[in-house]
Structures are given as C-alpha cells and as structure tokens.
Design a protein around this ligand. Sequence first.
Ligand SMILES: *Cc1c(COP(=O)(O)O)cnc(C)c1O
Length: 414
Amino acid sequence: MGSSPKSLQAIMGAPGVRGKRVTALSKGGLIDFIQSIVFSKQDSREPFYVLDLGAVAGLVDRWTRALPMARPYYAVKCNPDPAFLGTMAALGSGFDCASRAEIESVLALGVSPDRIIFANPCKAESHIRYGASVGVNLTTFDSRDEVEKIRKWHPKCALLIRIKAPDDGGARCPLGPKYGALPEEVKPLLQAAQSAGLAVVGVSFHIGSGATNSRAYQRAIAAAKTAFETATRLGMPRMRVLNIGGGFTADPQFNEAASAVKAALKSYFGNESGLTVMAEPGRFFAESGFTLATNIIGKRVRGELREYWINDGIYGSMNCILYDHATVTCTPLACTSNRANPTCKGARTFSSTIFGPTCDALDTVLTGHQLPELQVNDWLVFPNMGAYTAAAGSNFNGFNTSAILTHLVYSNPS
Ligand SMILES: *Cc1c(COP(=O)(O)O)cnc(C)c1O
C-alpha cells in the first residue's frame, strides 16, 4: 500500500481515475495548477475541486506505518468522490458503507464484498436484504430490533456489537448520543443474538468524529475488552474482531492517537491471539487531499469592510461549517485583478466577509477574515476541503453541489 511507484501505477489504473487526466505536480505547484485551470476556462467560472492523489497515497502510507495492525475500511460517507474511492480501492483499503447506494458504488469499483463492512447499526430491511444478495457479510448492531431484522433477512451475516464509547474524546461530532450499546445492554444484546442463532464475532465503537483527546481510544478499547469477556462468560464462541472506528484527524493528533491505540491494544488485548483489528477512518484520508477553488461573483464595500460573494457556500461544500462544526480558511488568487502577483504577497489587507451564493443570510462562510483588496472574477482557494463537504451539499436555490467538477493531480508524497 502507499506511495511507491507500484502504487502510482495502481492509482492510474484505478476505476474513477483511469482515462482521466492526472497532472503531475511539483512541490508547491498546486496554486500554479489552479491558475492554469482558471486561465484555460475563462468562460466558465464555476467552482472546482482539485484532488491530490499523491497526498492520498501519502496518507495511506502514514496509516500503514503508524497502525500496521489496523486494516482501514474507509468510511464512504465522508467523501464518495469516485476517483477518491477508486484510489483508496487501488491502495488496498476496505470500505465502511452505511446504505445500499454506498455498497453499490463500492462494488462498482470492482471491490469484492468481503472488503466491505455494512457499518450502520440501524438498517432498513430492504438494505439488509440487498447486503445479503451481494454477499456483504459483516455488519454492526446495537438493538434487539436489529437482531430480529438480521435474523429474518441475512442470518449468515457476522455481527459486531457496537458499544458506546465511554468518552467522546472532545469530538466535534459526538456519535454516542445516537449509537452504541450501554454497558448494561451488552449482555442482553449478546444473548438476543445468541438465541437468534447469529454469530457475534466482535466489537465496534466510534469515539466521535473529529476527536481531539486520544485517551478516548484507550477507554473504548478497555470497554471492548469487557464486552469480549461478557461473551466468553455467556459461553459464546470466542470473539475475534475489534473495530476501532473512525475519529482520526491527519494532523497534528494522528501520532498521538496511533500511540494511544497501540498502547491500549497491548494492555487489553495483548494476550488475545488471532485478533483482527479493523478501523473506519473517514476524515483522516479524505480531508487534506481536496482543495476547493471558488470564484468571486460579487463585491460590496462598506467603509473599511470588504464583502465578497462566492459561488459555493453553506448550502454547498461549506455545509461542513454547520453540520461538521468545521472552520474553513481561504487564500486569495487574484488571477483577474493582479496577474503579476496573484497570491497578493505583501498587499495591504482588509477585514472581509465572505458570503455564499444563495439568498439566505445564514449562507455566510467567513467573517473578519483578512484579505487583500479583491475584485469580481478573482478567486478564493479553500484547502483541506475533502471531509464532510460536497458529500452533504444540496441543490438549494439552484446551486448544485454535485455538479462541482474535480480535477486530478499527483504530487510526490513527502
Ligand atoms: C462517520 C463514521 C465513520 C468515519 O468517521 P471519521 O470521524 O470521519 O473518521 C466511521 N464509522 C462509522 C460507523 C461512522 O458513522
């Protein structure tokens, strides 16, 4: 896996990438590339993404080096861009799917169903039936009703009991309020699965998305061990799978999180032979490879304040500000008003507001952001826009998020 010449070859042949133009970038060449796109499409000033496949390969390498024992199942919901999914598949990742459509899109890459976990603890019966029909044979549950549905529609499916992590790790998006068996529910749920004749092969958890406190992994792995012991006491076949979920961020906490996971695996599962460890990172792989370029479509000056309208916003890619509690940032690209110095180095800055294109005042992307004086038809570039962005954008007011194009580049991973 990762950024070797072999993986470069695999990425270029990946579904979603094959046949598309992939531009090789030198270090720091991203802004030049964005400018070249802008200049080559003077007539179309639609927003666009740039996806750096080399950066994705670098992250896969980084994961493999830090957590070689934990096989990643990329969480599709975070960003289902086809080239990105194809790249992850070519690099050997598994996939966490939460719906029929997500499973379909992963199978369409030629990925075999045993590389998919249906990691939604509460699934519609029709989706369970679909999973059974295509051979996705691993899923999660945290309720008796789910046991009953799976018994009815997919009794050969192996199960992981999703437990609630004791600590949400200071997560931006805690998942505990919605999912995960409470400590006192673990035993009755295991018994329910046992009497339904279903195989519970392990435990899963998710400490919450965008977690900042690595201790949460340690506490959750300890709780998982308790669930393993409960299964043993009930005389069930030995559990063998531990799924540590997602919650990882690429920087700067990743090394800390990886150390916490490794230490906890050692202390709680050190003598558990034949344990399979899986993980479901979404943000870690998707966030940093995507850069979004937006065009300034309007401007207003109010005294010292500068106000700009751009052609993507809160109802589009920047929905992450609302739903993912994200903070976005941007840099200017004055391709139109300052061609000699498009990044405006050394220019005087003004406190600026950036609005999205819809007619809702909520559609405000940034306030109090220092920017040089820009003009209509200049551009703003937003880095790290791959996680929970376009995936949850809408069509509100006729601004269609799914129509935003993605250009592919490959920089050499450092
Ligand atoms: C959303 C989700 C993930 C991905 O979480 P990240 O914080 O993006 O890593 C993984 N597993 C499940 C079950 C999820 O719901």
